[in-house]
Design a protein around this ligand. Structure first.
Ligand code: OSB
Ligand code: MG
Length: 368
């Protein structure tokens, strides 16, 4: 296939509720929507999950725009692309900037699948017809507020809760949640808020039957996580520390984690995400799909990815209604009884609503 044009849109969508992690609070989700078109006028869609600030990782929205405009789009414009797996090789000379690469690569995957008349899940070799999802819950002002939120999410049908933690909002909060809900599937995510000096404190979490503790230590660490995992019974899941299948191999061989969170943006695209998935399957390391407050576009990609066989743990790909008053895709992503159906239409299987897309677009540029 040949890419005829690439359109970048700087989007801003208000979150229904502000969301606080150990690294900050988000009210409006700004991101880049990427649209690639072919000569027949079909569109493929992707999104950059980089935030405005380099707080989750080093990438930023404006940095991604720059990378896309100056380096990545020129590598795909007018070039003959046999299969989307070729894009990772084409992008290889450019170091890092994985979220920028993934934004364009996933858009090309969607276009490729549409041209083949295949659901994206099928195009990547995934066979599940529905996926299990959980929900990630913001740091809040009080335990009561958190308990009330959990109650709402349980009533909505979510069966796995992920609580964001940070120093001062951790063991006591988990204790409070477990007192009210002794049996729910529960996990915590620290987004790198601790160091090995906190090991005795973190070990107290072992008493609460948590599915896992996600990324307790530094974003770029594997060695201290190994030491922490040796001292904790709760499985460690790595998020920020894993940028590739090769990072995963090293983490597994070191014993730095027992579970891996896969985010397509963090690893540079679907091709690398699939590679990572396959490696973990071979090594019997369960994986699940993380979330980055995606719009319906990125969410649809997450759903297709989660349909691969080794996504055996519920992901953070909650329904549109968990984030937005209105999503930019039709239909909205719907969850029932903790599950989301994998769409059967071609490509991502959800239609981008151009009117709503325009409503949330701050700036738009077309590259040919
Ligand atoms: O660490 O998984 C994370 C959101 C933004 C950045 C990092 C993370 C998260 C979440 C929310 O946990 C996931 C979601 O609901 O999209
Ligand atoms: Mg995380």
């Amino acid at each position: 296939m040949k890419i005829r044009s690439v359109t970048l849109r700087h989007m801003s969508m208000p979150l229904l509720n502000p969301f606080t992690t150990s690294f900050g609070t988000l009210k409006d989700r700004e991101f880049i929507a990427v649209e690639v078109t072919d000569a027949e006028g079909r569109s493929g869609w992707g999104e950059s999950v980089a935030f405005v600030e380099p707080s989750y990782n080093e990438e930023t929205l404006k940095g991604n725009w720059h990378l896309l405009e100056k380096f990545l789009i020129p590598l795909v414009s007018a070039a003959e692309i046999g299969h989307p797996t070729e894009l990772a090789e084409r992008f290889a000379p450019i170091r890092g900037n994985r979220m920028a690469k993934a934004a364009l690569e996933t858009a090309c995957w969607d276009l490729y699948a549409k041209r083949q008349g295949l659901p994206l899940a099928t195009a990547i070799g995934a066979t599940k017809t529905s996926i299990e999802v959980g929900v990630s819950i913001s740091i809040m002002a009080t335990l009561d507020q958190l308990l009330e939120t959990i109650e709402h999410r349980l009533q909505a049908g979510y069966k796995r809760m992920k609580i964001k933690i940070k120093p001062g909002w951790d063991v006591d909060i988990v204790d409070g949640v477990r007192r009210k809900y002794p049996d729910i599937a529960l996990m915590v995510d620290a987004n790198s808020a601790y160091t090995l000096a906190d090991v005795d404190h973190l070990r107290r979490l072992d008493d609460y039957n948590l599915m896992m503790i996600e990324q307790p230590l530094a974003h770029d660490d594997l060695v201290d996580h190994r030491e922490l995992q040796r001292q904790m019974r709760t499985p460690i899941c790595l998020d920020e520390s894993i940028h590739s299948a090769d990072d995963a191999r090293k983490a597994i061989e070191l014993g730095s984690c027992r579970i891996i969170n896969i985010k397509t943006g963090r690893v540079g695209g679907l091709t690398e995400a699939i590679k990572l998935h396959d490696l973990c399957e071979e090594r019997q390391i369960p994986v699940w799909c993380g979330g980055m407050f995606e719009s319906g576009i990125g969410r649809a990609h997450n759903i297709a990815l989660s349909a691969l066989s080794n996504f055996t743990l519920p992901g953070d790909t909650a329904a549109s209604s968990n984030y937005w008053e209105e999503d930019i895709v039709d239909p909205a992503v719907i969850m029932r009884e903790g599950r989301i159906e994998v769409p059967q239409g071609p490509g991502i299987g959800y239609n981008v609503n151009l009117e709503r897309l325009a409503k949330y677009t701050l700036h738009r540029e077309v590259f040919k």
